[in-house]
Design a protein around this ligand. Structure first.
Ligand code: S3P
Length: 424
């Protein structure tokens, strides 16, 4: 069944987290429209409120009042518990924000989150002067904030979350000096773009980002762009299902997020973009139209961060493409909501895809006519569940997908939107 029509995905998850959490360091009141209503962003909001932040939901959006570092008094227990549930971004960005907050904070996650490595953020926080200890390298994380020093830090992993955490800590450096982060490969630049937009002093020279301490100044209002990573599911499905043509409206189009559109274009889909605004980041409409069978492509290691969350659905596209597709050095996928590298391989493999992991590369040979098993298992990984749902749509099959309720972690209206696009 072709997918046809225009739609607006939920607000961008990465931007939504940052707007809410940056309010802890900001002055002023800001009306935010179009924020994501997904479970992960609800976790950021819950933690923000637990730290004394004021957020009032109204018909026209969420009114956020900057806390301007007016940290809450410690309760009798001597620590504040912050439940980050499944949201890795909430926990990682909070470590940076709380580095300068006096007190003791215990950041917890749900069971799958508690299996994900956290030393990569705890280590730089110790360097800046916060005491961060994990339970053997994974959540919970106990953080004692206080006096932050500016640091020079070379990121060991291509992670926008870790980059964001170090830059946010730098805003609280007591010595007045710049905190400098050097990346291995360019990752999404939302933290630095928003810091600049909210009047922090930031410079970006290639892969080297510097931030000076200071307070953020909120604007009166902010319209959150829609999430390209949510849009990617229907846009990619349009590239593989004949007669489809789908437009995602008002999505974030920063180069650090649109690697999947460049990959689909190389694979032979018709991809077009209409830019509508550019501040603080490019936003516009993205259209993908079916243009015949796709062909395989090679995704270079340095392009992976720009499509890190889209690899599952691109791997599905690769199963329908002629020839070989290789995603180079996708080892970061091993520490996502599941070991995504293995779950992509196993679940697309269960549909008959010729897919293998070679070292840290994911290799897919297509095209494949799917064979339909009795069930599929997303392992409660939202992005895998949506990918599998589209695989079944392409195969015109209906079987249960275990753990599909996890979809609300990033895209609560996914099923309804899918039905609407199928009606055309
Ligand atoms: C995110 C960065 C990415 C991405 C995640 C959101 C962010 O993680 O997978 O969904 O908002 O900074 P890493 O940069 O740690 O890979």
């Amino acid at each position: 069944m072709p997918l046809r029509g225009r739609f607006t995905p939920p607000g961008d998850k990465s931007v939504s987290h940052r707007l809410i959490l940056m309010a802890l360091l900001a002055r002023g009141e800001m009306l935010v429209r179009g924020l994501s209503d997904c479970d992960d962003v609800a976790s950021s909001l819950r933690c923000f409120r637990a730290l004394g932040g004021k957020a009032v939901e109204g018909q026209d959006g969420l009114r956020l009042t900057g806390l301007d570092r007016a940290w809450p008094a410690m309760p009798e227990s001597g620590e504040i518990d912050l439940d980050c549930a499944n949201s890795g971004t909430t926990m990682r960005l909070l470590t940076g924000i709380l580095a300068g907050a006096p007190g003791r904070y215990v950041l917890t996650g749900d069971a799958p989150h508690s299996r994900r490595p956290l030393e990569r953020v705890a280590e730089p926080q110790r360097l800046v002067g916060a005491q961060g200890s994990t339970g053997g390298g994974t959540p919970p994380l106990t953080l004692e904030g206080g006096k932050v020093s500016s640091v020079e830090y070379a990121l060991k992993d291509a992670s926008a979350q870790v980059k964001g955490a170090v830059l946010l800590a730098g805003l609280s450096a007591a010595d007045g000096g710049p905190t400098v982060v050097t990346e291995r490969a360019a990752t999404r630049a939302h933290t630095e773009r928003l810091l600049d937009f909210f009047k922090a002093r930031v410079t970006v020279e290639g892969l080297r980002i510097s931030v000076w301490p200071g307070t953020l100044e909120f604007k009166d209002s902010f319209q959150s762009p829609a999430d390209p990573s949510s849009a990617a599911f229907f846009l990619t499905a349009a590239a593989i299902i004949p007669d489809s043509r789908v437009t995602a409206e008002n999505v974030l189009l920063s180069p650090g997020r649109t690697g999947f559109l460049r990959a689909l274009d190389r694979m032979g889909a018709h991809v077009s973009i209409t830019l509508k605004s550019d501040t603080p980041e490019p936003v516009g409409d993205a259209t993908v139209e079916y243009a015949g069978p796709l062909r395989g492509t090679e995704v270079a290691a340095e392009d992976v961060p720009s499509m890190i969350d889209e690899v599952p659905v691109l791997a599905l596209a690769a199963t329908q493409a002629e020839g070989r597709t290789v995603f180079r050095n996708v080892d970061e996928l091993r520490i996502k909501e599941t070991d995504r590298l293995m779950s992509i391989r196993h679940q697309l493999g269960a549909l008959g895809a010729r897919i293998k992991v070679e070292g840290d590369d994911l290799v897919v040979d297509g095209p494949t006519t799917f064979i339909i098993p009795e069930t599929l298992d997303s392992g409660s990984d939202h992005r895998l569940a949506m990918t599998l749902s589209l695989a079944l749509l392409a195969a015109k099959a209906k079987i249960p997908i275990l753990g599909a309720e996890s979809i609300s972690i990033s895209y609560p209206g996914f099923e309804t939107q899918l039905e609407a696009l199928c009606r055309g």
